[in-house]
Design a protein around this ligand. Sequence first.
Ligand code: ATP
Ligand code: MG
Length: 299
Amino acid sequence: MVSNVAPHLAELEPEDFHLLSGIEQGMRFSEWVAREKLPEFSRLTAEDVDYRLDRCEDRDLVERKTIQYTGFRLTFEGYDALALHTFAERETIEGVGSSLGVGKESDVYEVRSYKPLALKYHREGYTNFREVMREREYTADREHVSWLYTARKAAEREYTALEDLYPGVSVPRPVDHNRHAIIMERMDGVELSRTKLEPGQVRPVLDLILQEVASAYEGGYVHADMSEYNVFVGEDGVTIFDWPQAVETDHENAAELLQRDVENIIGYFERKYPSQTDDIDPSACARAIENGTFESVTA
Ligand SMILES: Nc1ncnc2c1ncn2[C@@H]1O[C@H](COP(=O)(O)OP(=O)(O)OP(=O)(O)O)[C@@H](O)[C@H]1O
Ligand SMILES: [Mg+2]
């Protein structure tokens, strides 16, 4: 469980951020950054480095380990602090509010701005190790793939998908992106998993979802993790979110992933509303989406 760093932010001084970003730079080369390297990376004197290390360690923004040498690394909280500081400097956000959700691989908070927005910190990296090994590009130490890199890549992928799909597809409007964090429009409504639809709404809502899947496909993407937990249902319709694992439609597994997405959604409706959905053929829907001919399951 990663704690919310926002309350600490006001206590931090500009030099604390120099230190944190110095450690971040050092972590490109090794997981634990030697103390001796930090004055150079952070452009602080050795004395100031020691002072700042203590301050940041007290706030759980950095961790220390002594093997042959004393090394430091950022914690997720330290990385969160850097991203938050950047958003505040860019005036993207004015403050962080309460938690909106904790995913398997993310923490989502409400943020205050000119309107309510959502901040998603990506937490991939402890689990997605192998995938990153394949597409690694920037870590110098061959054995070392930093979770910073994995989480940052996931945020980049999600942000790119949102930018490519919005507004043609009903996804949260992307607002800003830095490191492993993205800022997007805060969605209204509740997760599909928590809704109980009236009989007359079942097929129309399933239709809306499949139409968004079809629009996303037209826009070049397969979501690849479609489920009742990644769809919001609100007054204005449905929103499909959580896009870091999306693949482009020319990806070798795109057809298979599309089929699985469609099966997942229709399967959910079939389990929850069996009498109203037992005539729908997921394979036919997936093929229609691929061919650009999907219209409705209501006809
Ligand atoms: N833009 C948003 N507005 C409001 N709530 C949001 C927003 N984005 C995410 N949430 C909330 O945060 C939760 C986690 O978000 P998301 O599904 O994107 O993360 P995740 O870690 O990939 O989830 P999982 O892997 O568990 O599906 C969501 O279920 C939702 O309740
Ligand atoms: Mg999710």
